[in-house]
Design a binder for this molecule. Sequence first.
Ligand code: SF4
Length: 331
Amino acid sequence: MFEFGGFVVGLERVFDVIRERGARAVGLQFPEGLMRYAIDISRLVGDLSGAEVFISGDSCFGACDMDLRLLEFVDVLFHFAHTPMGSVDPKVVFVEVSSKLSVVPVVKSAVSLFSGSVSRVGVVTTVQHLHTLGEVCWVLESSGLDPVVGVGDGCIAHPGQVIGCNFSTAAAECDEYLFVGSGRFHPIGVAIARRRRVVAADPYTGRAFVVDPEPIIRKRCGVVARALDTESFGIIVSSKPGQERLGLARELLGLVEEHGKRGVIMVMDVVKPDQFLGLGLDALVSTACPRIAVDDGESFGVPILTPVELEIVLGLREWEDFRLDEITCGR
Ligand code: SF4
């Protein structure tokens, strides 16, 4: 077992793949939170396998974000701490990384936060805590609850797993949900997608709480209101493999033009506010990572909408049907 800080890293798989494929040059791609271990891991991989090792220095926001340039130079690209979204290049191998934290204490604290009438609880978590699902279900069952672990669509590798742009494992036939993990985005996404209460259990802080989606909903309502009278839209497409939704962008451009407004599709790798300075666009619509509009929208200077929100702006969807954007397979 290979441990780095608070994580168990599946390097056994790395060595097996290098040996089986006879790989001579390999790439390693880490998300920001694991970069501090990148040098140690690369030395270990190089020393024990004899392969030439390159670390990707580019962004790694999620499974959507593969370093395609580095992939050209190596026999295998190992992508750490995510799971595949749909089909991927066979030269890319995903390496799972698990948190060593026990989730049992915080899940026990979370039990009292479910409504009194609740029976079936949908359980969702992020990839780092997937190995704890058995324990989580055991705690819920011991408390008289009926845990349900749903299966997601083709973007989701494991039952019970959620990512920031896909909540399809939140099984529909549940009374309320339990999210195990850190941050508020995932549980809020489930709460909005399913319109039910979500209790979050954060093993990093030891806090359990009921998530409140209202602040995000109000904020998005304000963005939609600002975009109602706009005339020109920049429709953003990311070229990152798991984010690219050119077909959707074309559909949105058609809708914009049908409504007598102007639109243009812009394709880029990373989406940054300064790429739109001086273009004279009234609003943007992001078909790239759904979190860009929600997390970073204020830094763009003009309203940045999700595809769902553009439909509301154009009068094609009621505000009551608002939901967060999701990247589903197939998109
Ligand atoms: S598109 Fe965004 S939310 Fe989805 S996996 Fe990529 S970085 Fe995460």
